[in-house]
Design a protein around this ligand. Structure first.
Ligand code: NAG
Ligand code: NAG
Ligand code: NAG
Ligand code: NAG
Ligand code: NAG
Ligand code: NAG
Ligand code: NAG
Ligand code: NAG
Length: 284
């Protein structure tokens, strides 16, 4: 029992020590700026938030975040390893442009290489490397790319840049150059807050889950995060008002109780003091 309590307090302490503020920004669970955070970011003196050295562009409510990746011919392909862990991976919406590829294994690139080769002319120190440029793009799945596929399987030496393929509707597609999307999840047994539902990550990811607040509730849904609170409609507002009135009445009642106690105390005291002074009088 004691061990359980100790364990619980340890868990609480580790969750509490994840610093989620950078300047004026508070990031959502499970992100933060201290080593105990599940996904650690960094915060510089100008309050710019970055992930593995890449500036964070956005956090999405859909368990993804995006970071900027500028065009760079000298960035080793192994850098892409930092986009993978047991808590996150690159999503299938990313098209990666890789350079210095083994010409014998260069796949056909389905993405607009022209744009990229023009860009590579503008980037300092790139030369005419676009001849050996290839891309990894596979948006057939709904889930994630794997580290083996990107880092190991490509037989390329450098990670030039990336393109993010966003499909808003069936007919509307936007491609953003220089942005990478990373999807995240939690691992292990579901630890969701009250009024939240756990969803298992349905992919090759082992043991992954997300929490989502139930209909009518808002928040991150995680027990170790901010949990869920009710979205206040008109009747909920009325309930809260009623609660406030009740607590005020309660406060007055308890205040009155204290007052009555004080008065009683005073009465008893006064009587006692009177008695002692009168008994003193007797002695005189
Ligand atoms: C961490 O928390 C402290 C105190 O709340 C705050 O001053 C600081 O800016 C936070 N962020 C970082 C990155 O240390
Ligand atoms: C940033 O995230 C918000 C929600 O978290 C989303 O509505 C918005 O479209 C995102 N912006 C970009 C540029 O991805
Ligand atoms: C949110 O993510 C899930 C799982 O990756 C996906 O099925 C769903 O289409 C996404 N929704 C939006 C609006 O992007
Ligand atoms: C990141 O990329 C977005 C989209 O391309 C751009 O609007 C933004 O200025 C970039 N931010 C930084 C810090 O480079
Ligand atoms: C392409 O790659 C091969 C082998 O790595 C190299 O010999 C060749 O010079 C490269 N071509 C360009 C244009 O960089
Ligand atoms: C694309 O992704 C799907 C689903 O993850 C996979 O089955 C398929 O082999 C991939 N295609 C290539 C060319 O990697
Ligand atoms: C990854 O690379 C290592 C060393 O080159 C190799 O032994 C291993 O089989 C590769 N894994 C995959 C999945 O390609
Ligand atoms: C929300 O959670 C609380 C505490 O577990 C529970 O009493 C309440 O019935 C839940 N409300 C809904 C609408 O699920």
């Amino acid at each position: 029992m004691l061990q359980l309590i100790l364990l619980l307090s340890l868990i609480a302490a580790s969750a509490a020590s994840c610093n989620r503020t950078c300047g004026k920004t508070t990031v959502q669970y499970p992100f933060g700026f201290s080593p105990s955070c599940h996904i650690q970011l960094s915060c510089n003196s100008n309050s710019v938030i970055s992930f593995s050295g890449f500036p964070v562009q956005n956090f999405s409510t859909n368990y993804t975040f995006s970071v900027n990746i500028s065009a760079n011919c000298a960035r080793p392909v192994s850098t892409a390893s930092s986009f993978f862990s047991n808590n996150y991976a690159l999503t299938h919406k990313n098209g990666l442009f890789l350079g210095n590829c083994d010409p014998s294994s260069t796949q056909q690139c389905l993405l607009p290489t022209l744009v990229v080769s023009q860009l590579s002319h503008q980037v300092q120190g790139c030369g005419k490397k676009e001849d050996n440029l290839t891309c990894i793009f596979n948006n057939t799945g709904n889930d994630y790319l794997t580290k083996d596929y990107v880092v190991n399987g490509s037989s390329c030496a450098s990670l030039f840049t990336s393109i993010l393929y966003e499909q808003y509707q069936a007919e509307q597609t936007v491609m953003v150059l220089g942005l990478v999307e990373i999807g995240w999840w939690m691992t292990g047994k579901c630890r969701c807050a009250a009024n939240a539902t756990c969803a298992r990550v349905d992919s090759e990811v082992k043991d992954g889950y997300w929490c989502k607040c139930d209909e009518g509730f808002i928040g991150d849904g995680f027990a170790d995060g901010d949990g869920c609170r009710e979205i206040c409609a008109a009747d909920c507002e009325r309930n809260h008002a009623r609660e406030r009135v009740r607590s005020i009445i309660g406060g007055i009642a308890s205040g009155a109780g204290v007052l009555v106690c004080l008065i009683l105390f005073c009465l008893v005291c006064c009587r006692y003091m009177k008695r002692t002074s009168s008994s003193a009088n007797y002695r005189n």
